[in-house]
Design a protein around this ligand. Sequence first.
Ligand SMILES: *Cc1c(COP(=O)(O)O)cnc(C)c1O
Length: 450
Amino acid sequence: MRDTKLLLPESEIPRQWYNIVADLPTPPRPPLHPATKQPLKPEDLAALFPMALIEQEASAQRWIDIPEEILNVYRLWRPTPLFRAHRLEQALGTPAKIYYKYEGTSPAGSHKPNTAVVQAYYNKREGVRRLATETGAGQWGSALSLACSLFGLECTVYMVKISYEQKPYRRSLMQVWGAEVIASPSNRTQAGRAILEQDPDSPGSLGIAISEAVEDAAGHEDTKYSLGSVLNHVLLHQTVIGLEAKKQLALAGDYPDVVIGCHGGGSNFGGLAFPFIADRIAGRELRAVAVEPAACPTLTRGPAAYDFGDTAQMTPLLYMHTLGHSFMPAGIHAGGLRYHGAAPLVSHLVELGLVEAKAYPQRAVFEAAVQFARTEGLLPAPESAHAVKAAIDEALAAKEEGRERTILFGLSGHGHFDLAAYDAYLAGRLEDFELPEEAIAKALAEVPKV
Ligand SMILES: *Cc1c(COP(=O)(O)O)cnc(C)c1O
């Protein structure tokens, strides 16, 4: 019998996170203070984050213990299943083996609770009463709302206005878990009011919503800020994905030739790929591929530079691939992964040649998602569908070459709240959109000179 699901018992949940910084051939460039442009000191971040997370952000220690309280919460959905995609392989007629690590079994339906619960835990332990955050499509907002309800914190979510209006069910989910959800730009903050003054009908963007949440946290003694991707500590927490996947592949006697993840800010990709890239750094052959939308091609076309994480230029400067901090994705883009920046760690790995980046137009991505749903059953989140598309292309390349190949990809979440995007695809209403060269030039022009 060939197994379809490779499952681990709860006793196999990783007890430590893996920190790739310890194994990098050269260190990434440090974050800078937005005003002085000098390397950030830990106390510069104290208004926004609890000390435990600030320490992890700057840590170069290879293994970091996962507190028992977190392990007990991880037990609600971890270990997540690893699937062998027998039916997709058959449909493609490929000699390749395709495995996917499915994070859609978490209560919020994606990988994001893996870090949300950790952030809520450390904030609670350091006496914080409330967390403020932003959300685009609503996955991060729902993950943090869940985490705050589990650890007894209040939660305020600034939700990009166009999603707030178009995705009422994600908003409902956040409210069920007790969060206050505010359409952004809002008149609660200076940053929001400034945008509304210029454009009362602004649809909002992640960069604007981040400015609002950061301002809210910085202005309230009992409130801190929480970010769902990009930062080192977020990618660190997500490494439980790759650490479990390694054990599960070992159960099947396999090891991947290529590891694939979709890339927005870099957290699910980093979480899955970093434990494997550790082996590559140690000499093992392996490719790691980060996949993004052609409408928001941060890694493939954005320059690597110091840039702000938000529109109002309040965050520290991060050295990362960026499309510029005022980037607004095209309205017709339905596939998520819309953030202007990429994780500094992933950006650095691209520079080092340890990660390949690849971009796809959205119709091909949805086509792959539908083919996946019709063979494997699960409906991928549109974000995850970018990885599905790349995995299918790898499997077809293996077929062409007549060679076996073991492919591992991350199915970072399910698409049950994204059916409006699938409707648009099935009705032929989605158009492909390539970011024009002028937009890249504009990005280059606005990144601060350091
Ligand atoms: C948020 C999200 C992403 C993109 O964020 P990363 O930090 O790049 O992982 C991808 N997939 C799903 C399901 C998400 O919710």
